[in-house]
Design a protein around this ligand. Sequence first.
Ligand code: ADP
Ligand code: X2W
Length: 265
Amino acid sequence: MQEIAVIKCGGSIVDDLSDQFFHNIKTLQQNGVQPVIVHGGGPAIQKMLDTLEIDFSFIDGLRTTSEAAMDIVEMVLSGQINNLITRKLNQAGIQAAGFSGSDAHLIQCKPIDFATYGYVGEVTAVNARFLEKISSRGTVPVIAPIALSQDGERYNVNADTAAGAIAQAAGAGELVFVTDVPGIIENGALRQSTSESEIEALISEGVIDGGMIPKVKAALSCLSDSLQHVMIADANQVMGQDGFTGTRITKNEGATTDDSTVSNI
Ligand SMILES: Nc1ncnc2c1ncn2[C@@H]1O[C@H](COP(=O)(O)OP(=O)(O)O)[C@@H](O)[C@H]1O
Ligand SMILES: CC(=O)N[C@@H](CCC(=O)OP(=O)(O)O)C(=O)O
């Protein structure tokens, strides 16, 4: 089986992906790696909810999602952003197919806490076998972070969390959060690496803030024996021979690394 690399493409950068991003995906394929793309779309969702004057708030970085908001989340993520990225990949000569996480039981979930968050899901299982079937035929799956509950309801999942769960369930050897910054910045400089104990301090000191918090949390929760580091990187960087450059996140030395909670169906 070829190595899988999950690339999470942030909503902050989807409109500004350069040729270099697509070149990097091609290079991964040429190196025998199967890329799986998971995307966000926070800014586009925000814009549409504001235009339609649909209420929401953020609690711990998660968008509270009413039924009306969920219609918009699904429309924007599946109908707009997923199509955009898939179309651009195909235009760049990379065979790609778009999916909602609610297709083919790709992402299964349960509500986090319906009374507080509404339709916001916590991933319980990923259909990694389906992904493997698509990837092994040379097609790049492009996945919107929408999940299905056991009773067939759609839920909104934070895209960083969805990418982490997919990487974990698919046994990915690489997970890269590509975004609009080169990695974790501290005092104006890029931090080349960090680990669990430092991250807690960086969050409490306010160095890691806002949209960077779900990335580092997702990274820490999916590190395992097969996935020993996670990268946060600039989406349009020139990728070198050693892969993406940015901030490399690892567990602390000596910590248990195999704490899998998402099942692979
Ligand atoms: N220490 C930090 N280093 C870099 N970016 C940070 C840091 N703390 C907070 N951020 C913010 O996180 C943002 C990236 O997260 P987000 O906007 O959610 O991106 P995406 O849509 O790509 O997931 C950056 O643009 C920056 O504003
Ligand atoms: C529950 C929740 O917060 N879902 C996110 C899903 C999109 C996302 O995560 O997009 P980014 O990667 O661009 O942040 C939202 O509604 O914005």
